[in-house]
Design a protein around this ligand. Sequence first.
Ligand SMILES: NC(=O)c1ccc[n+]([C@@H]2O[C@H](COP(=O)([O-])OP(=O)(O)OC[C@H]3O[C@@H](n4cnc5c(N)ncnc54)[C@H](OP(=O)(O)O)[C@@H]3O)[C@@H](O)[C@H]2O)c1
Length: 252
Amino acid sequence: MSNKLDLSKELIGRRALVTGGTKGIGAAIAQRLLDAGARVVVAARSRNDETPAEATFVSGDVTTSEGVDAIAKQALAAVGGLDILVNNAGGGGAFLGGSWTIPEKAWNESFALNLFAAIRLTNALLPALRASKAAAVVNISSAAATIAFAPSAHYGAAKAALEYYSRTLAMELAPSGIRVNVVSPGVISTPGSAEFAKTTPGFSSDDWVRNIPLGRLGGTEDIAEVVALLASDRGKFLTGANYRVDGGMTVR
Ligand SMILES: NC(=O)c1ccc[n+]([C@@H]2O[C@H](COP(=O)([O-])OP(=O)(O)OC[C@H]3O[C@@H](n4cnc5c(N)ncnc54)[C@H](OP(=O)(O)O)[C@@H]3O)[C@@H](O)[C@H]2O)c1
């Protein structure tokens, strides 16, 4: 008998929802789960060229409770239940004048997108996850939750709160067999990070690479691979963990 894992089959029969799965890191996660045999729903405000063709697209804004309810309802109708929830939609701009110049509106929007969206969607889908025999939640945080990242205190603070929430939820849901883990990307090549580099002086790709011990930006597949591990039975003894996928940036 072979002990070799067939990664193209390990998620057959599993149903997944990836928020922000239409581009960047989320699209790579959705594609990786599809490649492993899962049925995948991606949720965002709009579809685009990067959206994996085999995924079911559902539209909704994760920052509103109506949007979250619509996403949860459409996802359950599309695949009939849920085993894997990836709260990936997120992001935040930069304010170069100091954290005291970040408007209250930007703080509110950041917490709505990077923290409350994950809480609302997890709450909405908890009954479905409880009904699964292999439920896994993966929340996408950021290296910005750990390092002091001055231009985006509103973003790092929301992601730090997401990490705390995830650890707590992991302990609460462990007796039900629902695993909750976090992946914290460093700087990854995506439309989101390209926009950030373009609009924020001092944060070009070259500036970042100088601070990354492995000497390159991450690829979206680097994040997707770790999400697939956490979502699959290979990660069956992992809960409450935070995987830093950042080329060593936060250790430095
Ligand atoms: N890229 C990096 O270097 C990096 C580093 C650390 C952490 N991260 C984290 O990784 C995650 C993905 O980042 P990314 O760079 O791949 O982002 P991205 O390229 O900007 O893509 C963001 C995705 O989220 C969706 N989205 C944004 N706002 C939404 C809303 N209100 N409701 C529903 N969907 C929404 C977008 O679609 P629509 O706009 O059509 O809604 C899109 O699908 C985020 O949580 C981010 O904070 C990224």
